[in-house]
Design a binder for this molecule. Structure first.
Ligand code: G4P
Length: 527
């Protein structure tokens, strides 16, 4: 197969959802269709349940599972599908944001009873920023759900994206009859027993005005469906794939993941319309996937489960060319040539050594602490991929050494954990103290635990009251200097030496923005 053919048959995407909407269940059903697993239940939930926030063994166990399920590849009808898993727990949202930098499209799962929830709204902002094409799957139709038109309006309003239903549900809850497929013109009939295998019962109905529809779903629901479909066709424009690819319109499907219902329709449509690997941006030029030379970047680093081996797996997304085992590549940041003797790929829950990988694929690289998120690899060109952001953290604490004999271990541990993107480190200009910023409470516990178990260091947290950290920049050197002098006690530097303003309150931030018009305040920063 040519490089071009390999590229065209690849779909790399992530499923995002508010916790409990059914992401894990849907992932599993997709793998079932792909033949990657044969019975449901093979992919364990990787979510760290809220009740387990203090159970470190649980965190460790879950971390292990999430390595295994970080990337799941499978083939379906000659299409190579790569699903990138995202952590369910909102404290790991930043990890999710970064994973979104490595995908070409996204499926959003929404609970039909709850509608659009907070986490989904946040994740959609990242998709919108990156113009990522999204497909919406409204789940749990076997439970009483909101009205389909209300759900469609809610998605449009809350996620700020146009919608176009490609399937339409026939009732929900105990009277759920099935889903009408608006582009294939057939009906999938719902049977409520949980289906563990990948067969679905559909009936072709070319014309829903035919009385035969009544035989399948009863007159009342048949009439309702006829009305609904007429309304859909009247209200919504025909599905426009280009608008979907531009991230302007989201096709919407309905189903019940746990019953494996509506999933086939979703998958069939997905392989047809979802984009194959798209060009990537770098500081110097765009990179097309079909360029002959290999390039890629690291978007995720995962620590080893075994505390005795402090090695890690770095996940590289291939952006162009063919990646080959045992071939030398330039690690752009260090300027060193590196080759990998055992790069891994992930097929469902199995990890195996691969010889080749193509654009869109994710390769696991063994890392002994050399790599950082955002690192680029190439065949010589000094590429720096852009658009791999770190987000302004929301929770802050001073980190203190609790064991004076282990100063070095602590420094090394903190350094490596920051490279993994677990949290962000700032150094206060006021007193030189180190501040850790995270997006969730749980990360402080994870850091403390991992420092102790992986690096033999002990840390202590001390409170600091900060509302937000934002990176600042200005072309007006005088104003910048003035700002830094006045705000001296609130200034810090990040790991790369960039200036960061630690605003005490939202008011202080608004005031600073108001009074220093030439200063740009950034809430995300490139790695
Ligand atoms: P997440 O990864 O998005 O957090 O959600 P997950 O798939 O784990 O699903 C959350 C819960 O919702 C699970 O129940 C799951 O079985 C259920 N679920 C998923 N899809 C559907 C659906 O289509 N209909 C119904 N009725 N339920 C669905 P749980 O009780 O939390 O876990 P479990 O013990 O059933 O595994």
């Amino acid at each position: 197969m040519t490089l071009q053919e390999e590229i065209l048959r690849r779909r790399t995407f992530a499923i995002i959802a508010h916790p409990d909407a059914g992401k894990t269940t849907l992932t599993e059903k997709l793998l079932l269709f792909g033949g990657a697993i044969h019975v449901a239940g093979a992919v364990k939930s990787n979510k760290i349940r809220k009740s387990a926030t203090s159970d470190f063994m649980e965190i460790e166990r879950q971390r292990g599972i999430s390595v295994a399920t970080s990337v799941m590849g499978f083939e379906y009808k000659d299409v190579k599908i790569n699903i990138l898993d995202t952590p369910g727990h909102e404290d790991f949202a930043e990890d999710t944001y970064r994973t979104l930098t490595a995908v070409d499209s996204v499926i959003i799962v929404i609970d039909g009873a709850k509608g659009v929830e907070a986490q989904t709204r946040k994740l959609m902002e990242v998709c919108r920023m990156r113009k990522t094409p999204v497909i919406v799957f409204i789940n749990k139709l076997d439970r009483p759900c909101k009205e389909p038109f209300d759900l469609l309006d809610e998605v449009e309003r809350e996620l700020k994206i146009g919608v176009r239903p490609l399937a339409f549900p026939i009732s929900s809850g105990t009277t759920f009859k099935g889903v009408y497929n608006l582009y294939e013109h057939n009906i999938s009939l719902f049977t409520s027993d949980e289906r563990l295998t990948a067969d679905a019962s559909t009936v072709e109905i070319e014309d829903i005005s035919q009385p035969v529809l009544n035989d399948y779903i009863g007159e009342k629901f048949a009439n309702q469906l006829r009305e609904d479909v007429e309304l859909v066709e009247g209200v919504y424009d025909a599905f426009d794939r280009e608008a979907y690819l531009r991230g302007e319109v989201a096709p919407v499907f309905f189903g019940s993941a746990v019953n494996n219902f509506g999933v086939r329709e979703l998958l069939e449509c997905f392989i047809r319309i979802a984009p194959s690997p798209r060009p990537s941006t770098t500081e110097s030029r765009p990179i097309n996937p079909d360029e002959a030379k290999m390039s890629g970047f690291i978007f995720k680093i995962h620590a080893n489960m075994d505390p005795n081996h402090r090695d890690r797996i770095a996940f590289m997304k291939i952006c162009s060319g063919v990646f080959e085992r045992n071939k030398n590549y330039l690690h752009v940041r260090s300027g060193k040539q590196l080759k990998f003797s055992s790069p891994t790929a992930f097929m469902a829950e199995k990890k195996s050594v691969i010889d080749f990988a193509y654009p869109g694929d994710i390769v696991g690289l063994h890392d002994t602490g050399t790599f950082k998120i955002g690192d680029s690899f190439s065949e010589g060109e000094k590429l720096k991929f852009t658009g791999i952001p770190s987000f302004s953290p929301e929770l802050f604490r001073y980190i203190e050494n609790a064991d004076p004999m282990k100063f070095k271990q602590l420094a090394k541990g903190v350094d490596q954990l920051m490279d993994e993107g677990v949290a962000q480190l700032f150094t206060s200009n006021l007193n030189g103290r180190k501040i850790i910023g995270t997006v969730g409470q749980l990360q402080f516990e994870v850091i403390q635990y991992r420092l102790e178990h992986e690096y033999g260091a002990k840390c202590r947290w001390e409170p600091i009251s900060i509302y937000k950290a934002c990176w600042i920049e200005s072309d007006n050197a005088e104003q910048l200097a003035d700002f830094k002098r006045r705000k001296h006690t609130n200034m810090a530097v990040d790991k790369h030496g960039r200036d960061v303003f630690l605003a005490d309150t939202s008011y202080a931030l608004a005031l600073a923005q108001e009074n220093f018009k030439d200063i740009r305040f950034y809430f995300t920063s490139e790695f």
